[in-house]
Write a protein that binds this ligand. Structure first.
Ligand code: ZN
Length: 254
């Protein structure tokens, strides 16, 4: 919240200074709009860039290894195929699961856990209006998802990834209350939009370096298609795929 507070203070001081100057001399009224526009732009940037640590501290990178993460599952006919690929290549990943989908597919969550992968919290419904909800609603979504995961595998996640990667004061408050660690990414695959395998492979691998966290989605057929190549490529360039726990040096469960 520190960055957000600093921006609020700077905006307030600037506005008061402008009003004071305006009291003594005539100034262009557009300066007020310029200040508001800068303020809004900075806020939007802070909300959409977790690594800016604008509202809450987020972990988006480590120092060694590469961590692979999948959001929005578990999904029938998809997550299972990802698990098979990971097993074939003896690779571990983290699945940020949606609570309602955990309830719908407990057997997949069990399989994720049994195969040695980590499970994180990715809200209960992942609704489009999530970021407009009050803090208490968000807190409830996070806690319901924790409970759903705990019911299936007996462990409570510490890692939370915000739906759509968006942060705001209400969500920051909810996360602070539930004591989760916010986890972002450093390589966003955009596999929800990119349908061409070559394009997706190049986007994910072109700037890959030690400490990166890759963001994929369970439901992307393109991701499923390129996953074996991505795993091989990481090995070929001398990097090691590690668990998110190892990469962040933090326990995934409470
Ligand atoms: Zn998501």
């Amino acid at each position: 919240m520190l960055t957000n507070r600093i921006i609020n203070i700077i905006a307030l001081i600037t506005l008061v200074a402008l009003l004071t100057i305006h009291y003594f001399v005539e100034i262009w009224w557009g300066w007020y709009i310029v200040i508001v526009l800068i303020f809004v732009t900075v806020k939007i940037y802070g909300s959409t860039h977790l690594s800016a640590n604008f509202f809450v501290q987020s972990k988006c990178k480590g120092t060694t290894g590469i961590a692979i993460t999948f959001d929005d599952g578990p999904i029938a006919e998809k997550t299972d195929r990802i698990l098979n690929i990971l097993q074939k290549h003896q690779t571990k990943a983290t699945f940020f699961c949606i609570g309602s989908r955990v309830i719908a597919h407990p057997q997949l969550v069990e399989k994720i856990h049994k195969h040695g992968h980590l499970i994180g919290n990715h809200s209960y419904l992942h609704g489009k209006g999530f970021d407009l909800q009050p803090s208490a609603f968000m807190q409830q979504e996070i806690q319901l998802t924790d409970a759903a995961i705990e019911k299936v595998v007996g462990i409570r996640p510490r890692f939370f990834r915000p739906p759509f990667g968006v942060m705001n004061p209400a969500l920051a408050k909810a996360i602070t209350t539930t004591h989760h660690t916010t986890v972002g990414w450093s390589i966003r695959s955009f596999d929800t939009l990119i349908k061409k395998e070559e394009k997706l492979f190049n986007r994910v691998t072109k700037n890959l370096k030690a400490g990166d966290i890759i963001l994929f989605h369970d439901y992307s057929e393109t991701t499923i298609a390129i996953l074996p190549r991505v795993i091989k490529h990481i090995e070929e360039i001398g990097l090691k795929i590690v668990s998110l726990e190892e990469l962040l040096n933090e326990n995934a469960y409470v």
